[in-house]
Design a protein around this ligand. Structure first.
Ligand code: OAD
Ligand code: ZN
Length: 251
């Protein structure tokens, strides 16, 4: 399970880190409260703040980092059942994790649709429009089109329901770079079998990892994700594989 913290080393701010997080830096978007930028009712009233932000967030500007490539290696080694991510930066795909191994729980910029009638709209056309400072409009009802990012007040993609079959199959759950503040995503951490180890790699304690005492099968590695992941790669003797993979991506 991944969140915005896995992409901060790529230069993308997370949401809730005081000072650098997006929700502390929304002045220029002119929103009445920070989460309004991802609120479907606010979007219906005024889509500009989201489109201004979307121009910065559209995949293409940023590159995956060692944490994304660690997940790719888990896949290459046959160890990745599925990657559940809340991120909308597309860096998991860019790192070469096949779409079938991904659940992009908070949606993606790779498709778009009308926020009123849900008619699909060509993603490329939506991107070009938003990038040139215009709002894309639905060809059926003229409603404003938005990339298929999940907003507050919207359902998660159908694929998210896979967790109810995946999690009971897992024999290790790794949780990285998320505050586990947002439901229903945060809640699925409970869906592994009771004796299955859960490993948190994060700067701070979050969700059930805050419990004192910590559940005996939970493990916490507090610190910078890149450092912790690099230590794991060394411990696993995967350094050569990682170097080769990152070189092949021309980073
Ligand atoms: P948050 O910003 O809430 O949490 C990021 C977590 O990652 C925090 O606990 C940070 O301390 C940690 N972190 C950041 N950089 C790190 C690093 N380099 N190394 C280790 N830890 C680091 O982000 P999310 O949990 O992803 O929803 O936020 C969840 C959802 O809230 C987002 O998907 C978004 C937002 O509203 C929507 O847009 C629908
Ligand atoms: Zn429409």
């Amino acid at each position: 399970m991944a969140g915005a913290g896995i992409s901060t080393p790529s230069g993308i701010p997370d949401f809730r880190t005081p000072g650098s997080g997006l929700y502390d830096n929304l002045k220029k978007y002119n929103v009445p409260y920070p989460e309004a930028v991802f609120d479907i009712d606010y979007f219906a009233y005024n889509p500009r703040p989201f489109f201004t932000l979307a121009k910065e967030l559209y995949p293409g500007t940023y590159k995956p980092n060692v944490v994304h490539y660690f997940m790719r290696l888990l896949h290459e080694k046959g160890l990745l059942l599925r990657c559940y991510t809340q991120n909308i930066d597309g860096l998991e795909r860019m790192a070469g994790i096949p779409p079938k191994k991904l659940v992009e729980a908070h949606g993606t910029f790779s498709s778009a649709s009308c926020h009123l009638c849900y008619t699909p709209f060509p993603a490329r056309e939506a991107r070009d429009c938003i990038m040139s400072g215009k709002s894309p409009h639905c060809k059926v009802c003229y409603g404003v089109v938005k990339p298929d990012i999940v907003f507050f007040g919207e359902d998660l993609p159908k694929r998210f329901a896979k967790f109810s079959k995946d999690f009971p199959k897992a024999d290790l759950l790794i949780v990285m770079g998320t505050s586990l503040e947002i439901e229903p995503f945060a809640d699925i951490v409970k869906s592994v079998r009771p004796n299955v180890p859960r490993l948190l790699i994060n700067r701070d304690l979050v969700g059930p990892f805050k419990s004192k005492p910590l559940k005996s099968t939970d493990v916490v590695e507090l610190g910078e994700l890149c450092d912790v992941v690099r230590r794991f790669v060394t411990a696993l003797n995967w350094q050569d594989d990682m170097d080769e993979l990152m070189k092949s991506q021309k980073l």
